[in-house]
Design a protein around this ligand. Structure first.
Ligand SMILES: *[C@@H]1O[C@H](CO)[C@@H](O)[C@H](O)[C@H]1NC(C)=O
Ligand SMILES: *[C@@H]1O[C@H](CO)[C@@H](O)[C@H](O)[C@H]1NC(C)=O
Ligand SMILES: *[C@@H]1O[C@H](CO)[C@@H](O)[C@H](O)[C@H]1NC(C)=O
Ligand SMILES: *[C@@H]1O[C@H](CO)[C@@H](O)[C@H](O)[C@H]1NC(C)=O
Length: 507
């Protein structure tokens, strides 16, 4: 589910012009808090996730070609939704005369494609958790990614949208917008991975996602296979959970069963009344959102502070280089363990290099960054890019399983293994031994915060070793697989938060 802010560039412009009266080193943010969407069409049958203030750090985008002759567009990859849609060239959001700069990642001129066909007049309507939306016709046309084409792909044409770029949703077809709009599972059409399977490009409906380091600008998406050189150790398989209200698989919900905070000064096992936490692995969401008690414990460990003006937990930027990491466990004891180091969790609030400054409180004078783990009130909770970058993740939509392993940041070699056939298990992955026993919720007890001191020191105790340079260029791979390079693109600069006293953080 996409949750980035579409109007960031516009805001940034406003911020620039307004910042003349503000002292150096302080950046003013304008308010851009979106109202929570009253009813999420896309999740009509599930609870609403309340996310009102995402900073736009950037998402993962892939280059696609659509139509005849081919038109190039760059679309955001989203494991949290299931439709492909593109902004129409005549949508007002794409008009370059507007101060928002138009659709710089491309838009689709349907008139110019000889293979374009409308299959659902005005039937396409999607809303995302951040309140943004896209509406128009469903159409079919030729669609290409990673050097492979499908001839009859159903997509949405965003004629009325506030998002200046399209998305490629690769989730379950049961999560397509049309299913919730029509309140009927039988309204679902075959979405991208299924069409790739049907057209013989891949052998099963499964793919692997390697987002890579926060400081690297590329990752890769591999349909139909895994790349054993992109992770450390072994893949562990865990079950995907059905949506509790509909009883079908609709999104990549997994059981987060433990969180540890580890630093040079100690280790704490964190508790939550919400364990096991039903968390969605969602590449379309920049940050991660956990239950209140767990988020608060994590903030105390790492030294993040909730700022009510910003509506988000912030942290001194210098803590990116502090020692310590968070260890996320899935599928119970002996299941998958993913360690996320602080340099993956401290995000710039702007991409201009001008960080706002804490003006009072314990961090007075220090540069402020956003912390990668925020709190949310309702499930499903989200593990977005701030978590996913540290994991190699395989999504198997036939067996309804996820496999996870610690990522190998900046890996340059490749060893691609295909799924053998439709329904074959994820290669080289062992099942989490005790996940069937995961049921009980644990009670909240205040941790000793033994690790907290270590998170404030600057000696790095990184838990992962990456090979050093460059990133692989995502070449076309063996038969039965399609490899797609992705770029991390900053689609906007800042969002949210008017800081009361002239653009300064008062804490
Ligand atoms: C293309 O897809 C649409 C929608 O799924 C379907 O109605 C149509 O029959 C398909 N056309 C071809 C040529 O396969
Ligand atoms: C997050 O935590 C803060 C501080 O406790 C609280 O004020 C805020 O309402 C919480 N936000 C959500 C979405 O739960
Ligand atoms: C992750 O953290 C846990 C807990 O500290 C540790 O036992 C494990 O070795 C770490 N794994 C990796 C791959 O660094
Ligand atoms: C990965 O590469 C980027 C730049 O290419 C670098 O800044 C980063 O430190 C590297 N990460 C690791 C873990 O080696």
């Amino acid at each position: 589910m996409k949750s980035t802010l579409a109007t960031g560039a516009l805001l940034a412009a406003a911020v620039k012009s307004a910042s003349a009266d503000i002292p150096d080193g302080v950046v003013q943010f304008d308010v851009a808090r979106r109202q929570p969407h009253p009813r999420l069409l896309r999740r009509a049958s599930t609870t609403q996730t309340d996310i009102t203030n995402d900073l736009t750090q950037g998402g993962y985008f892939i280059k696609c070609e659509i139509g005849t002759p081919a038109q190039s567009l760059t679309l955001q990859l989203d494991t949290g939704s299931s439709d492909i849609w593109v902004p129409a060239s005549d949508a007002s959001v794409c008009e370059t005369s507007k101060s928002n700069g138009g659709c710089t990642l491309g838009s689709f001129a349907s008139d110019s494609s000889s293979t374009f066909e409308v299959v659902g007049k005005d039937e396409f309507s999607i809303s995302y958790v951040d309140g943004s939306h896209s509406d128009g016709d469903y159409f079919t046309d030729v669609f290409s990614i990673g050097g492979s084409s499908v001839t009859n792909m159903t997509m949405g044409l965003g004629s009325d949208t506030d998002i200046p770029y399209g998305l490629v949703g690769v989730g379950y077809k049961t999560d397509e917008a049309i299913v919730s709009d029509k309140q009927s599972l039988s309204a679902a059409y075959d979405n991208l991975p299924i069409v790739m399977l049907n057209e013989g490009l891949i052998k099963t409906n499964a793919y692997s996602l390697w987002l890579n380091d926060l400081d690297a600008s590329t990752g890769s998406l591999l349909f139909g296979g895994i790349d054993t050189d992109k992770y450390h150790g072994d893949l562990t398989r865990i079950s995907i959970y059905k949506d509790s209200s509909t009883g079908v698989f609709t999104s990549f919900i997994v059981a987060l069963t433990s969180v540890q905070a580890v630093s040079s000064s100690g280790a704490d096992t964190l508790t939550s009344t919400g364990f096991p936490v039903a968390a969605v692995l969602d590449s379309g969401t920049t940050l991660s959102y956990l239950p209140q008690d767990l988020a608060q414990e994590i903030w105390t460990e790492v030294g993040a502070v909730y700022n009510s003006e910003a509506g988000a937990a912030l942290i001194p930027c210098s803590r990116a280089s502090s020692g310590g990491y968070l260890s996320f466990g899935f599928g119970g004891p002996g299941g998958a363990l993913i360690n996320v180091t602080m340099d993956e969790l401290v995000l710039d609030l702007t991409s201009t290099g001008n960080a706002p400054t804490f003006t009072s409180g314990r961090y007075a004078g220090q540069d402020a960054c956003e912390f990668g783990i925020q709190n949310a009130t309702t499930d499903p909770y989200l593990l977005g890019d701030t978590f996913l970058r540290s994991a190699y993740v395989v999504y198997d939509l036939v067996n309804n399983q996820i496999a996870l392993a610690p990522t190998d940041f900046n890996a340059t070699s490749s060893n691609i293994v295909a799924f053998a056939s439709s329904g074959a298990a994820i290669p080289s992955a062992t099942v989490a031994p005790s996940q069937a026993a995961v049921t009980a919720t644990s009670a909240f007890t205040t941790p000793a915060y033994a690790a907290a001191t270590g998170f404030s020191s600057s000696s790095s105790t990184s838990s992962s070793s990456g090979s050093s340079s460059g990133s692989s260029s995502g070449s076309k791979s063996a038969a039965g697989m399609v490899s797609v390079p992705m770029d991390m693109i900053h689609v906007g600069l800042v969002s949210m938060a008017m800081f009361a006293a002239g653009g300064m953080l008062v804490l």
